[in-house]
Every structure is written in structure tokens, then in C-alpha cells.
Design a protein around this ligand. Structure first.
Ligand SMILES: [Zn+2]
Length: 125
């Protein structure tokens, strides 16, 4: 079985799957996965596959990019509360300016291949 680490998380993204670790004691889901529950301290974990649909909790549109994002502005970064797990932040595609994406909007996960690495992004659903 894969270890409950960020490396495993990224390996699963390559397969188009969002996998978190679920505490077998209290049921808390961790994303990215971790081997020790931050709620109850238990170390018994199992893998759980997450659906990839969620709701925007916070969003900002970036107009001055990080160097690796040069030429891609504007783009949006959001904190997304997945339906079946904790919040995670990610790029949201298809957002050109502020106001196009609001808190409470539904988004769906997208797996974006960049070079030899797959990242988790979102798109308005
Ligand atoms: Zn726990």
C-alpha cells in the first residue's frame, strides 16, 4: 500500500485520482494525506478517493504573476471546500477577471499536466 505522504498524493494525481488519508479512529479526512490524524492523533489510516467537486470558500484573481506563471495572467486562485473532504487551494481555470468567480460557486477538479507533473486545478461547473 502507498505511504500516506505528499509524494503518494502526487502519484495518484498522475492517475487522475484525488486520494486523501482517512483516520480510522475519528473519520477525519486529510488532504494532502498524512500518516497521523491532526484531530485525534491516531496513526491508523486508510485511503479514500475524493470526488473532486466542491464550493469556493475564498478566491482572488492574480494580475501580477509569479515568474513560473508569466504570460498566464490573469488567473484565479481559490480555496475550495470539496464535498467530501477538507479545503484545498488551487488554480481555477477559465476565470479572466474578478467577479467571474464568487464565494459559493461550484467548481470541479481538473488534472493539468505541466511538464512531467500533474497538478490539481479547478474549473467552474
Ligand atoms: Zn482521527
Amino acid at each position: 500500500m502507498a505511504e500516506f505522504t505528499s509524494k503518494s498524493y502526487f502519484d495518484f494525481l498522475e492517475e487522475g485520482r484525488i486520494m486523501g488519508s482517512k483516520c480510522m479512529s475519528c473519520g477525519t479526512v486529510h488532504l494532502p494525506p498524512r500518516p497521523i490524524c491532526h484531530d485525534c492523533g491516531a496513526t491508523e489510516m486508510e485511503w479514500t478517493e475524493l470526488g473532486g467537486e466542491g464550493v469556493v470558500q475564498a478566491v482572488t484573481v492574480i494580475n501580477v504573476p509569479l515568474s513560473k506563471m508569466e504570460g498566464r495572467c490573469p488567473y484565479a486562485v481559490a480555496v475550495v471546500k470539496l464535498d467530501d473532504c477538507p479545503s484545498i487551494s488551487g488554480l481555477v481555470h477559465g476565470v479572466k477577471e474578478g467577479g467571474e468567480l464568487s464565494i459559493g460557486d461550484r467548481v470541479v477538479a481538473e488534472f493539468v499536466k505541466e511538464g512531467d507533473k500533474t497538478t490539481l486545478c479547478f474549473r467552474s461547473s
